[in-house]
Design a protein. Structure first.
Length: 401
């Protein structure tokens, strides 16, 4: 394997993970994978920027050793304490106990709690610079992007921003490491949106604050801890993150996400009527069966589309559980300010629409209509569902006219 150079003396020393099924034990990445990006700056003082998960220790150390002996590391920069970026730290400390760990004040207790490390730890202040010889590394706090102790590292001499989780995404690297080495970025941008919706969305206001804080830097390249390195057009991923963060608070773009769940086919039949109405109203709905689709894949569409259709039956005088779960996830991720409508069947009692109204009011979603019906979908009800969908699509289109 050839060395992966960001600059003459800056190297990627990360690893790919294609075996983990659930990232954070929650989010499916089987068949997609993820990279844990780390970087070595080879200078008068040698620097390792971020680390890797513990189960990748041998592979990770081999990567570093291709560039520099582990014993020659002078600084290890811990931008973020989460174990996918620090899992090898205790073992590395056993090999080399002289390097200085660079981190924020809030990371100090975490180093002790996770790894029992409390020596050779240097707390860095906002804007402070470390000179390694040919490089001047400047540090900026970006709290809650996405943990409270998080910072980023900016190399003033090259313009490289080591951004850790910020501007990252799912997807193991496919033999190339920089965005300009891929002819089509749609796959990685889609997985970056899913990563954002799953991992970062709750902290969209801190993301916007961080983007504003870093806006005055002359950034030539963004080197995150997951996903592609952005060297040709780093502004692209910044603008995407900014757009996604704004969507969480403003409600998103022109589009409709249609969520449904059905026990015996009656709500599904109505879903088909509503979907046809939406299409005839000028929009193509993005449809998800909430009982058969992991929330990881639904959340990106809830984030980016202004309109949401909720189709679910009453279950035990409340809402169909899988629909309740996805609305709870939307609430947890602070996905707000949507326009929505509801439809669903019931048997011996209503209850779902009332629960939907309660849950959506808590996250500032505006429910404009609700259609509850007993039993099966009659021709008259089919027409009502069709008109509901068409009206809603027209409303969403008009919002952006």
């Amino acid at each position: 394997m050839n060395d992966v150079r960001l600059k003459d003396d800056i190297f990627w020393v990360g690893v790919n993970d294609r075996t983990t099924d659930l990232f954070e034990g929650l989010w499916p990445i089987d068949g997609v994978g993820i990279s844990y990006n780390s970087y070595v700056i080879k200078d008068q003082k040698n620097v390792l920027v971020d680390l890797s998960r513990g189960f990748k220790t041998d592979e990770f150390f081999d990567q570093i050793s291709r560039i520099i002996d582990l014993s020659q590391l002078d600084y290890v920069i811990v931008n973020h304490m989460e174990p996918d970026h620090t899992g090898v730290l205790r073992t590395l400390r056993m090999i080399n106990d002289r390097f200085e760990i660079i981190c924020t004040q809030k990371a100090v207790k975490m180093l002790q709690d996770y790894y029992g490390i409390n020596h050779n730890v240097r707390v860095i202040n906002e804007g402070e610079v470390i000179d390694t010889g040919n490089h001047q590394l400047q540090f900026f706090n970006v709290p809650f992007v996405h943990w409270p102790e998080t910072m980023v590292t900016f190399d003033k001499s090259t313009g490289i921003l080591f951004s850790c989780d910020a501007f990252g995404g799912y997807g193991a690297l496919q033999g190339a490491f920089f965005e300009d080495e891929y002819g089509d970025l749609s796959y990685y941008e889609k997985e970056s949106l899913r990563y954002y919706a799953n991992i970062v969305a709750k902290f969209s206001t801190p993301v916007l604050n961080a983007i504003s804080k870093l806006g005055g830097l002359d950034i030539s390249m963004i080197a995150p801890s997951h996903g592609l390195i952005w060297r040709k057009d780093p502004g692209r991923i910044v603008e995407l993150y900014k757009k996604w963060a704004q969507s969480c608070t403003t409600g998103g773009d022109k589009g409709i996400t249609l969520l449904y769940g059905s026990m015996y086919g009656n709500t599904e039949a109505m879903m088909n009527a509503v979907a046809q109405g939406i299409s005839d109203g000028g929009l193509t709905p993005e449809i998800f069966d909430v009982a058969r689709t992991h929330s990881s894949y639904i959340l990106p569409f809830l984030l980016k589309n202004k309109g949401v259709v909720i189709g679910a039956p009453t279950y035990e005088v409340s809402l169909f559980p899988y629909m309740q779960q996805i609305l709870e996830k939307a609430s947890l991720k602070n996905i707000r300010n949507k326009k929505a409508v509801y439809f669903g069947s019931y048997g011996w009692s209503k209850g779902a629409f009332k629960k939907v109204q309660q849950m959506t009011s808590e996250i500032q979603w505006e429910i404009t209509e609700g259609l509850e019906f007993p039993g099966k979908v009659t021709p008259e009800l089919f027409n009502s569902g069709y008109e509901l969908g068409k009206r809603f699509a027209t409303d969403i289109v008009n919002l952006f006219s």
